[in-house]
Structure formats: structure tokens, C-alpha cells
Write a protein that binds this ligand. Structure first.
Ligand SMILES: [Zn+2]
Length: 282
């Protein structure tokens, strides 16, 4: 019994230390509970989540603590555990606050406990991905009220036939070549180009019609070589303009030619005509 009182006293002293004086998970002041598996002090609410995840918890006031568990708590504590369990947490990852609902807390505790943030992040990515798909599906339902699921579902996910860097020159083909990130969106018949591969907004887009409408693609040697370092050229011709692109390797050149020909060979649908008309950058 002496041990019981002594251990309780040690725990009550420990929980007063500044690092332990707030719940390790949500920051609630004066935590009354502890996970003796992780060595952290937590509030009643978070202790319930730890318990449901089979992490061992005890009340520091009401439960019996064995000497070795008290020693473990002494040598760990919130600050140490935090350094150990949270170091892999990306800075943008949401950390629950005391007023947050249990779902947010649980997500956090679960991820921390598993020490597998990748898992939690993947879940989040999947959730977002589906949310985006759901929003796009709802939009398509409004835009094409008579469209069947069979027609609409392929339109939800963008279909990028190929992406990668190429060098691009300007309309007179005397401008110096600049390296750009290209994406061929076969669904919308668009070759988009961006400053870099992480840019969200494209610098421009080229509509890719069909050969009988005056569109084509072929290998080419550029008229000028200002600024270009890459040697494998291709030319995309539209009724309005010729575009010259340079690829680093023959393989890229071949793949771009194949991908563009694939789009060129597909007949244009009524929607394609509309999307071409909407097209501001030609
Ligand atoms: Zn808490």
C-alpha cells in the first residue's frame, strides 16, 4: 500500500511538470490519464480513444500503478514521446485541438500510435480524391443531364496520355527555346504546357483536332537552334499555327508522336467541337 501511495504521488508530481501539464494529444490542461504504453499523459477524452485502440491507459488518480510503469512514465513523458512519435509528421498535418471532435482526435492518435503517417495520409488522399470525383460527377450530371453513367464516368478522371518536358519556341520559330512541362489530355484533346511540372496554371494549351480538320504531327528539324539543347524535334501543325518542340531523347520524341497521333486519329465528338470553340489560346 505504501507503494501505491508513493507511486500516485510521483505521478501527480510528473503531471505537474510543464511538458506533461497538457494532454499529449489535444492540449487540454491537467490531464488525468496516461498511456503507459506510450509514456504520455492524456485527458479523459483522449484516453478513451487510446483505450479503444488497445493502447493501455490508466487513471493516474484511481488506478493502481506498478513501480516499473511509474519508472517508464518518469523516463518518457509528453515531450520525449512527442519527439519520438511526431517527428515523422508532416508540418501541414492537422493536429487536433481540445475542442475538436473525437474523429479528428482519433485520426491523430491512431496515426501517431501506428507511427505510420503514410497510412493516414494515403487515407486522406483517397478521401480527397473521391471527394473531387464526386464533385466532378455532380457537375457532369448538371452539364449533361441526359448522359448515362457509362458516358460520364470516363470524363471524371482526366486522361493524360503523356507528360514530360520539351523545349518550345514561339510562333515565328525564331524565338529562343524554353523548357516547358507538357501534358497531353486526350479526353479534352488538349496539349497543355506549364512553366514547371508543379505549376497548377498552364501557360497555354493547344487544341488537337483530327487530320481531316488540318491537324498533324511529324518529326522535324528546327529552323533555328536558339537556346535549344535538345535534338529530337517534332512539329504539331494546327490550321492556325505550327508548333515546334524539342525532346531530350529519341524515345521521348517517339512517345510524344505516338500519343499525339492517337488523339489525332480519334474522331471529334460534338463536345470536342464545343470545347474547341471555347478555346481561347489557339
Ligand atoms: Zn486530450
Amino acid at each position: 500500500m505504501a507503494n501505491r501511495e508513493r507511486n500516485k504521488k510521483i505521478l501527480l508530481e510528473l503531471v505537474k511538470q510543464s511538458d506533461n501539464s497538457r494532454c499529449a494529444d489535444c492540449g487540454e490542461p491537467e490531464p488525468d490519464w496516461a498511456s503507459y504504453k506510450l509514456g504520455i499523459f492524456v485527458c479523459l477524452n483522449c484516453s478513451g480513444i487510446h483505450r479503444s485502440l488497445s493502447s493501455h491507459v490508466k487513471s493516474i488518480r484511481l488506478d493502481f500503478w506498478e513501480d516499473k510503469l511509474v519508472e517508464f512514465m518518469k523516463s518518457n513523458g509528453n515531450a520525449r514521446a512527442q519527439a519520438q512519435y511526431e517527428k515523422a509528421v508532416p508540418p501541414y498535418y492537422y493536429r487536433p485541438q481540445r475542442e475538436d471532435c473525437n474523429i479528428l482526435r482519433e485520426q491523430w492518435i491512431r496515426a501517431k500510435k501506428l507511427k505510420v503517417f503514410v497510412f493516414a495520409l494515403l487515407q486522406e488522399i483517397v478521401t480527397w480524391y473521391n471527394a473531387i470525383r464526386a464533385a466532378r460527377y455532380a457537375y457532369l450530371k448538371t452539364a449533361y443531364p441526359t448522359g448515362s453513367d457509362e458516358e460520364l464516368l470516363p470524363m471524371i478522371t482526366r486522361n493524360y496520355l503523356k507528360e514530360g518536358y520539351m523545349e518550345k519556341t514561339g510562333p515565328t520559330q525564331t524565338e529562343s527555346f524554353k523548357r516547358r512541362w507538357f501534358i497531353l489530355d486526350s479526353q479534352n484533346r488538349k496539349l497543355l504546357y506549364f512553366k514547371g511540372c508543379l505549376d497548377a496554371e498552364e501557360l497555354g494549351a493547344i487544341f488537337i483536332g483530327t487530320e481531316c480538320k488540318g491537324y498533324s504531327v511529324k518529326e522535324c528539324v528546327p529552323l533555328n537552334a536558339r537556346g535549344n539543347k535538345w535534338k529530337c524535334g517534332l512539329m504539331v501543325e494546327t490550321p492556325e499555327r505550327q508548333f515546334v518542340f524539342m525532346c531530350e531523347q529519341e524515345r521521348d520524341q517517339r512517345e510524344w508522336l505516338e500519343a499525339l497521333r492517337k488523339v489525332l486519329s480519334r474522331p471529334m465528338s460534338p463536345q470536342d467541337y464545343t470545347s474547341k470553340q471555347d478555346f481561347s489560346v489557339l
